[in-house]
Design a binder for this molecule. Structure first.
Ligand code: CU
Length: 183
């Protein structure tokens, strides 16, 4: 069973449990109906919550399996790029970067092959957002101090790709950018 199916199964099980809880609460409230009072309000509230929960379950069941978190999970990247963001530039290299002696290499990546970015920050929160030559956002991940976020992607079009920071990180945030080429 792959990860998607496992998540879907887990989600459906949870949805079933939630449905059982809702139905139990609804039925137990129905029994008190003969006594009058606030029952009508509770009934409306429950119906509303039931409809809301059903809608959420339907929407999530359709959209969750397509989440990009496990994209290319079972493949080996053709190249790994280490990214250490800091105020106000992106250090990029083919080997792990020492925060005390940050280095930046010219990055060239192969087209049509999966590549992996290992993104972290050396100071505050940044964002690593990849744009194509039409300034369209293609992929992004947060650059967070103390965490390494993995971003796997395939570039089909050769050319220059720009990296912008999407997280306001200080006075020079707007000029924080870098680029790499795909051949
Ligand atoms: Cu920034």
């Amino acid at each position: 069973m792959n990860t998607h199916s496992t998540i879907l199964l887990l989600f459906l099980s949870l949805a079933f449990i939630i449905a059982v809880v809702f139905i139990t609460v609804y039925r137990s409230s129905k029994r008190k109906e003969e006594t009058g009072g606030m029952i009508n309000v509770n009934k409306k509230r429950l119906t509303f919550l039931l409809v809301l929960a059903s809608l959420a379950i339907i929407l999530l069941s359709v959209t969750l399996p397509d989440s990009p978190y496990y994209l290319y999970a079972n493949e080996t990247p053709s190249k790994v790029v280490f990214v250490g963001a800091q105020q106000f530039n992106f250090n990029m290299a083919y080997q792990a970067i020492d925060p005390k002696k940050p280095i930046t290499e010219a990055i060239e990546l192969p087209a049509n092959k999966m590549v992996e970015f290992r993104v972290t920050s050396f100071d505050v929160n940044h964002d690593f957002a990849i744009y194509n030559d039409k300034a369209e956002l293609i992929a992004q991940t947060q650059a967070m101090p103390g965490y390494v976020n993995m971003l796997r992607w395939k570039f089909y079009k050769p050319g220059t790709y720009n990296i912008l920071c999407l997280e306001f990180c200080g006075v020079a945030h707007a000029v924080m950018r870098a680029s790499f080429t795909v051949n």
